[in-house]
Design a protein around this ligand. Structure first.
Ligand SMILES: Nc1ncnc2c1ncn2[C@@H]1O[C@H](COP(=O)(O)OP(=O)(O)OP(=O)(O)O)[C@@H](O)[C@H]1O
Ligand SMILES: [Mg+2]
Length: 254
């Protein structure tokens, strides 16, 4: 069973004025089949955690460990992480000019599976997955994220998730900017991927709305670069009612 283990993770980012520590000792274990929701105030480091796990070069790990099934993730290149099954759906997905969705997906699948998917079955696979996400087939020929609406970007991320079948899926605010119908379509997609019990999901969100569709097993409060409280789904409701004030005021400041 795939287990992502994050232990005492410290991460810094280089800024014009020097280096700033963003993550200050994150501890988290995500097992295959589990869904963990991470909630926390703006700027607390949630996206930094997501990027650090995916291996974004901007972020420097200054301490701690991350392992997937005991393998050192921090030693892996970005590609190796993807091949090992770590998938990141970004809060702000980037444009890839000149590369069509269809080619992008096939290249990614080739990288992850170690061989190019057979063209005929692949085209069918993509078509079916797009239909499930209510995506216009013409979308496959558009350039990745170029001129995509916010909701289209998020659907495209879930399309990748469905086709690439990662072992650890990190979804950074996949719900932001989605209308009610799109939220349902996207949630259904995530749930389909979760159904086989083979993926561990890390769901970063600001709203309990999505958690009504994608039921988390664990909810964590992220504040000032670390997890400050963990609980079950009821913790999300409590946060929505009470806000983060008691986690951010006083105490643990830098
Ligand atoms: N590349 C960077 N350069 C400078 N500062 C950065 C960089 N990346 C992150 N930071 C800073 O790190 C802190 C955490 O940012 P991060 O994006 O991880 O927060 P977040 O919890 O995802 O917030 P939000 O809920 O608004 O998405 C912020 O103060 C941010 O300005
Ligand atoms: Mg963020």
């Amino acid at each position: 069973m795939a287990t992502l283990e994050i232990h005492d993770l410290h991460v810094s980012v280089e800024t014009e004025t020097g280096s700033a520590e963003i993550l200050r000792g994150v501890d988290l274990t995500v097992k295959q089949g589990e869904t963990h929701a991470i909630m926390g105030p703006n700027g607390s480091g949630k996206s930094t955690l997501a990027y650090s796990l995916a291996g974004h070069p901007k972020y420097t790990v200054t301490g701690g460990t991350v392992t997937l099934d005991g393998e050192d993730v921090l030693e892996m290149s970005v590609d190796e992480r993807a091949r090992a099954g770590v998938f990141l759906a970004m809060q702000y997905p980037v444009e890839v000019p000149g590369v069509s969705v269809s080619n992008f997906l096939r290249t990614s699948a080739t990288a992850i599976r170690g061989e190019a998917p057979k063209l005929r079955t692949w085209v069918k696979e993509v078509k079916e997955a797009m239909a499930r996400l209510n995506m216009d087939p013409a979308f496959a020929e558009r350039n990745v994220n170029e001129g995509f609406s916010g909701g289209e970007k998020k659907r495209h991320e879930i399309l990748q998730l469905e086709l690439l079948k990662p072992r650890i899926a990190i979804l950074d605010e996949t719900d932001s900017g989605l209308d009610i119908d799109a939220l349902r379509v996207v949630s259904d997609g995530v749930n389909r991927v979760r159904e086989n019990g083979e993926v561990g999901t890390l769901l970063i969100t600001h709203y309990t709305r999505i958690l009504r569709y994608i039921k988390p097993d664990h909810v964590h409060v992220f504040a000032k670069g670390r997890i400050v409280e963990s609980g079950g789904p009821e913790l999300a409701e409590q946060l929505e009612a009470e806000g983060y004030e008691r986690y951010v005021k006083g105490g643990a400041s830098a």
